[in-house]
Write a protein that binds this ligand. Structure first.
Ligand SMILES: Cc1ncc(COP(=O)(O)O)c(C=O)c1O
Length: 392
């Protein structure tokens, strides 16, 4: 059997070496604690589960949904953007619900990329931008992010040839993996750059509502004229601890939203309607859910930062996202080696920054989604390791 090139070309699982070490440790009886995955440990709020249960009993919800979602869900998304970001959206032309934002991110290149076209992706970055582009037959050109720039891309350094062939510029703030945030002047510059080069900005706002210390994340659509060149992905996954329900949205430029809807109509049959009803309940009645979750993540963030500093890592507390991104101590070169040594000595798993691109080398990422008792045990071990004591 011959597999297609697009599958053969999939990069090897970058976490493979660490996974092997984890398996060895577990086989040896070590209680491994993973701080690797960004998947909220807290449950979906009970009032939303009750809404889902009620909706599941309605036979109208037992049939195929529409790919472009329930009109009332699209209207709830538009209201959400108005309340959260002061952005007015036409629910019929500027909104499409998604089966998780990953689905839309993966499918967007099918709308905009022909063979030979380029996606500009940031390095480090969420891997799906690159894979979706490759599946569509396009090329990716990486734009390195640097700590001294606050992990924002230098748009004026994008080579002219890449800018000419580019169809999509991917941005993601609050950022995975760096935890960086972007202010409105940055988004204004990005929109101006995209207009000048006739490139669509795909802004990934998956971490819109995981914010700390009173910070509020911006929608790129807050910028005047942004909807002429930009679409934005947003998700209920992290805001409402709903990663398991797969419900999200793309909003913005009507032509791109229409193209994405047409691609989806041909590939999927939409989000189960009971889940859409739960999502409407979340957006229309968020209660204090997000604040309560964020208070828990913020307290974890502060404990993590202080232990990482004791380990000699350089780290600034992030204003948003589920991640602490920390620079290895001077003299340490390989994030994979460092993560491997931590597992060996403490049984604690962190993600090597190089997993997100070569510009992530020299850093590690720690997720804040481990239950408090397990996180505290992991931090106890890391602190013991920092003091040169036996950790396990
Ligand atoms: C940057 C980023 N974008 C998008 C997603 C996908 O989120 P979902 O598909 O659950 O909406 C993730 C998931 O971790 C992410 O880190």
């Amino acid at each position: 059997m011959k597999l297609a090139q697009r599958v053969e070309q999939l990069p090897p699982y970058l976490f493979a070496r660490i996974s092997e070490l984890i398996a060895q440790k577990r086989a040896a009886g070590v209680d491994v604690i993973s701080l690797g995955i960004g998947d909220p440990d807290l449950p979906t709020p009970g009032y939303l589960i009750e809404r889902l249960q009620r909706a599941a009993e309605d036979p109208a919800n037992h049939r195929y949904p529409e790919s472009d979602g329930l009109p009332q869900f699209r209207r709830a998304i538009a209201r959400w953007y108005q309340t959260r970001h002061g952005v007015e959206l036409d629910p019929d032309s500027e909104v499409v619900p998604l089966i998780g934002s990953k689905e839309g991110i993966g499918h967007l290149p099918l709308c905009l990329i022909d063979p030979g076209d380029v996606s500009l992706i940031t390095d480090p970055g969420y891997p799906v931008y690159e894979i979706g582009t490759m599946f569509a037959g396009g090329e990716t050109v990486k734009v390195s992010l640097r700590e001294e720039d606050g992990w924002l891309p230098r748009l004026d350094e994008i080579p002219a040839d890449a800018a000419r062939r580019a169809r999509i510029l991917w941005l993601n703030y609050p950022n995975n993996p760096t935890g960086a945030v972007a202010d409105l002047p940055f988004f204004e510059r990005a929109v101006a750059w995209a207009r000048e080069h006739d490139v669509v900005i795909a802004h990934d706002l998956a971490y819109a509502d995981v914010t700390f210390d009173g910070y509020q994340a911006h929608s790129i659509l807050e910028v005047d004229g942004a909807r002429e060149v930009a679409i934005e992905f947003n998700s209920l996954s992290k805001a409402f601890n709903m990663t398991g329900w797969r419900v999200a949205m793309a909003v913005g430029n009507a032509r791109v939203i229409n193209a994405l809807t047409r691609v989806k109509t041909n590939l999927d049959s939409g989000i189960p309607q009971a889940i859409q009803e739960m999502a409407i309940a979340a957006l229309d009645d968020p209660r204090d859910t997000m604040d309560a979750h964020n208070a828990i993540y913020q307290a974890r963030r502060d404990r993590v930062v202080s232990v990482l500093r004791a380990l000699g890592l350089r780290v600034e507390p992030p204003k948003a996202s589920l991640y602490v991104w920390a620079r290895l101590p001077d003299g340490e070169r390989s994030s994979g080696d460092f993560a491997g040594r931590l597992i060996d000595a403490t049984g604690v798993v962190v993600t090597p920054g190089a997993s997100y691109g070569s510009a992530g080398e020299g850093y590690i990422r720690i997720s804040l989604t481990t239950p408090d008792d397990r996180l505290d045990e992991a931090l106890r071990r890391l602190a013991a390791f920092a003091r040169g004591e036996q950790a396990l």
